[in-house]
Design a protein around this ligand. Structure first.
Ligand code: G3H
Ligand code: 13P
Ligand code: ZN
Length: 311
């Protein structure tokens, strides 16, 4: 099946009370692990690429790796630009064949966010590409933009109708307490999300797909493996999975996961080297990383997103 946009995926996800996983990809093994999991679970998938990923792997490599993965499977797959910083970044991805882009102008003032998003929507829609926009700011690291926890600002439900009407965006990322990276809460702090905001946004925008960024759960068994085998990730804490499951039954149709993939890969590679100090063939340890990604994504699809069997 060729690459698709997220339009149909989100309609079905909204109606079915589940979410589609948007997994960040940087290299071949991660793409393979994610797509094998999606295929086995018969789940739709979003493969997303950040500016950092494009810089690391070279945009041409990533695009062709994703297109190769698409040829190995019959599940619907979206190729999405994650956190497009400006019009040029989105244009470049659209011209390159991405079926979906995010314009992240959330750090600009409301009206400026609208103007920038509108320009991207016009360019994208003329070419059959869909657009995710963002209102409100997450704490944590978004590529080069480091948003401090005290500067994080939740989405104001009063603004969402005007924003979506004026911009024509296809989905909206909102800030309800998730954050990027592997250190989302301090030890002793009770993880919580503003479900009241999500509920209110859902009422104001019935049927409109909402996106959650910063939605990794930072699996503690994997963090323990990293720390056991020479790593140092003290106090890495993510969003409890039951909260994400609840969000997926509400208006959230897309859940972004990157840090969990990183943690799973790192745990697998560290364990591999500890158990096989003589190994030096990358296929051996990267093979373990690929298997770990696959196992993690299957778990997310079945136990968190609820998207199994929906392809
Ligand atoms: O939201 C950001 C993603 O986790 C991408 O991270 O910019 O390090 O590729 P990156
Ligand atoms: P995590 O850091 O929680 O995995 O968030 C990823 C993300 O939002 C990518 O856009
Ligand atoms: Zn993000």
């Amino acid at each position: 099946m060729p690459l698709v946009t997220s339009t149909e995926m989100f309609k079905k996800a909204y109606a079915g009370g589940y979410a589609v996983g948007a997994f960040n990809v940087n290299n071949m093994e991660t793409i393979q692990g994610i797509v094998e999991a999606g295929q086995e679970c018969k789940s739709p998938l979003i493969l997303q690429v950040s500016a950092g990923a494009r810089k690391y792997a070279n945009p041409v490599y990533l695009k062709h790796l994703i297109e190769a993965a698409v040829q190995t499977t019959d599940i619907p797959i979206v190729m999405h630009l994650d956190h497009g910083a400006d019009f040029e970044a989105c244009k470049s991805a659209i011209d390159d064949g991405f079926t979906s882009v995010m314009i992240d102008a959330s750090h600009h003032a409301f009206n400026e966010n609208i103007e920038i998003t509108k320009k991207v929507v016009a360019y994208a829609h003329e070419r059959g590409v869909v657009v995710e926009a963002e209102l409100g700011q997450l704490a944590g690291i978004e590529d080069a933009v480091n948003v401090k926890a005290e500067d994080a600002c939740f989405t104001h439900p009063d603004e969402v109708c005007e924003f979506t009407e004026k911009t024509g965006c296809d989905s909206l990322a909102i800030a309800i307490g998730t954050s990027h990276g592997a250190y989302k809460f301090k030890p002793g702090q009770k993880p919580q999300l503003r479900f009241d905001i999500l509920e209110e946004v859902g009422k104001r925008l019935p049927g409109f797909p909402i996106v959650l960024h910063g939605a990794s759960s930072v699996p503690q068994d994997k963090v323990a493996i990293i720390n056991q085998f020479g790593g140092k990730m003290p106090d890495a804490i993510g969003i409890p999975e039951d909260m994400l499951r609840k969000a997926a039954t509400m208006a959230v149709c897309k859940i972004n996961i990157d840090s969990d993939l990183r943690v799973a890969c790192t745990a697998a590679v560290r364990k591999h080297f500890f158990e096989h100090p003589d190994h030096f063939d990358p296929r051996q340890y990267l093979g373990d990383a690929r298997a770990a990604v696959k196992e993690l994504v299957k778990h997310k699809i079945v136990d968190v997103l609820g998207s199994n069997g929906k392809a």
